[in-house]
Each structure stands twice: as structure tokens, then as C-alpha cells.
Design a protein around this ligand. Sequence first.
Ligand code: SF4
Length: 437
Amino acid sequence: MTSPRPETLAKLTPVLTKRWLSPDAWRIGTYEQLDGYAALRKALKAHPDDLIQLIKDSGLRGRGGAGFPTGLKWGFIPQGDGKPHYLVVNADEGEPGTCKDLPLMTHDPHALVEGVIIASYAIRASRAYIYIRGEAVHAARRLRNAVQEAYAKGYLGRDILRSGFDLDLVVHSGAGAYICGEETALLDSLEGFRGQPRLRPPFPATHGLYASPTVVNNVGTIASVPPIVLGGPAWWKSMGTEKSAGPMIYSLSGRIVNPGQYECGLGITLRELIELAGGMQPGHNLRFWTPGGSSTPLLTAEHLDVPLDFEGVSAAGSILGTTATQIFSDQDCPVYATYRWLEFYHHESCGKCTPCREGNYWMVRVYRRILAGQGTPEDLDTLLDTCDNVLGRSFCGLGDGATSPVTSSLKHFKQDYLDYIEGRTAPRLSDKALVGA
Ligand code: SF4
């Protein structure tokens, strides 16, 4: 293990993670001692439109993967329309390798609750939901406890802090379907239907939950609101880059010494993140990695100095996504890793559209054949052809995302595929994997 240099350590910017090391920060008393609910008191004295402008000025972009400007999204909510407005927090974190929202909700649930109240006030919502994935039992328990504590202290309910603003907040556990992380599938699930994406337009801003104006934001996005209200847009923009402002929680996993969450200004590089994480594990050399979960095209050791912000990663041919950096070494097989991801997408495909439902099914079959040592060179063309018919032709982003590891691993590591096909690499799967495939 190598210790990070002081100049790299200085790149850590604990804003959303700053209370994580306080053992009791999840209790409201401790949270209040650590600046908790100070932003709410300040926000309730401002006009809702001024809060929306503040978030626009901060340059905050969605932390769930798409990076859409948050203030702009809030500004889409029509005012004076006589309809109820809703805020829905997407806490259905399920992208492989991603682990930033669950620790936030576990260690600092009031940060999210406070952000929900401020955001709801800004968009004039009197009811808000946090949709959390079903498996996250402990985080959901912490959140429900935080919501109860907030009601008891007058931060939720009627006439919050004598401002005249009313808000009810419900924590809803899903049933563990990856597709419910897609915002319209999430809304269908919340309404009690099977979670499948909706046709857009209309967009949730006008026809969201119960066909009413709705903002759907990620956990990290909403938890960023209180610090922006307290610190101001200029302070927020002092971290990150010009177009990708603020700090971001990067979740690092794989062949590094200290996997975990590292919060740094957007634009840090993987080289620096690996240094913060104590370096690569002994005997391992970086070979490939995902910048933002398995739905983002793989990058390689050549991309160690790519700035990990929305623009920098795009310029390198990938997507920032959920900033889940999964790090693989020269002892890991890109063909097998891609196969495992595809199995996940195949399993999680909701089945609504043919390209994704059938394409993933067929690609899994081809991968099993290759990994069992029975592939042919034509199989590689079949994979690319299938990706061509899934990418851009699927109903939602799951289909598109599933093609990312396939096309990028074939681009960077075609020889690894050929080594299986031509017998230089021993089969990774037995013939049994082909039965019923
Ligand atoms: Fe469902 Fe996949 Fe189609 Fe999305 S792309 S609607 S997950 S079948």
C-alpha cells in the first residue's frame, strides 16, 4: 500500500460525506449539532423561485448518471396549474459497482430528508416520496427513523417551522428491480403498477406521478441542496470544473487496496483516485475499468488521466454515469466480466421491448459459447450486429447500456475473445453452461 501524496489528499472534498465518520450523525440531535437543518431554516425565508435560481446558479447537475441541470429540471414544473406537485427521490441504486447513495442514506439520512424538504418547498410540492430499493433494508430503516424524527421536531408535517409550508414524506421500498431505477418505471411502480418505462413525451415535469407535475431526482442530487443553500453557488462551483461543478462521490471497487467512497471535485482522474485508495493491490496492474458503472463503455490503462467529469469522460468515448469505478487488473478477463454484466442485464430486462429482451438473451448465449471454447470468429460479428440492433432501438436506457461493455470490450480486447475461440485460453465455462442457453 502506498500513502497518497499531500497534493492528492488535498483533492478530497468531504461535503456530502463530511458527517459519515460521526457515529451518531443519523440521529437528529447529532445532525442538528453538525449544521443540520440550518439550511432549511434559511431556505424557508427565501422565495421558492429564488431557491430554484440558486440551484441553477450553482451549476448542480444530476448525480444519478444523466447529469441533467437540476435547477433547470425544477424550473420545468408549471406553477399556478392547480395540480398537486410531487418530489420523488430515486434511491433505487442498482447499477453494478455503484455504492454511493446507500452509505449516504445509512450514515446521514437527515441530509437527504432536509434536501427533500427544501426541494419540495422550491417546486411547491406538498407530498414527497423516497423510493428505495427493496434490498436496502438497513438504509430504509434509518430513513424511516429520520422521517419520524423530523416529524417530531416540526421539520415535516403542517406549517413547517411556522413558515406556512406543509409537506408529507413517505419512504417507499421497491421490490428490487433494476429497471425501477429508470424514472418513469419508478413512477409506475410507485403507483402500484408493474415497473416498466413509460413512453415520453409527456415528461414527468408535466405528467409524472398520478399524471401530475413531478421532479424525480437522485439521492446525491437532493443531498447536495442543503450545502449549496448554506455555502452558496460560488463556494459550490469552487469545486469541480467549469461545466461539471461541485464535489462527487466516486465509489471505487476492484483491484485496489482500499475500496470505498471517495468524495472529490468533479474532474479528478482515475490515477489520483487509485492513489487515494492506496494504489493497486500487490501484483496487479490496471487493465480496464468502468468510469460510471457497467452501463458505461470500458476504459483502459491509457485513460488514467482522463478528467472524471461529464465532458472529460465523454471526450474519452465513455460516460460518467454513476461514477462507479470498477477497477480490473491484468489478472481479470474482460470477456468473462462482460459476460457477467450481460447476464445481469438479461435478468433485469423488463421485457417490454424486443431489442433488449431478445438481444440480451441471444448475446448471453453467444458469450457462453465463446467462454466454453466453442465460439467462432463469426460470433464476434454476431455480437456487434446484435448491439447495432439494440443500441438506439430499445425503449429505455437499459438496452443501450447493456451494449456498452460488449462493444467497448470488443474494441479494446478483441484478442482476448480470439484467444478463447482459437484455443489459446482455456474454456472458462463447461459445456453444461450451453444446456438450455
Ligand atoms: Fe424493458 Fe429493456 Fe425495453 Fe427498457 S430496453 S423497456 S428494460 S425491455
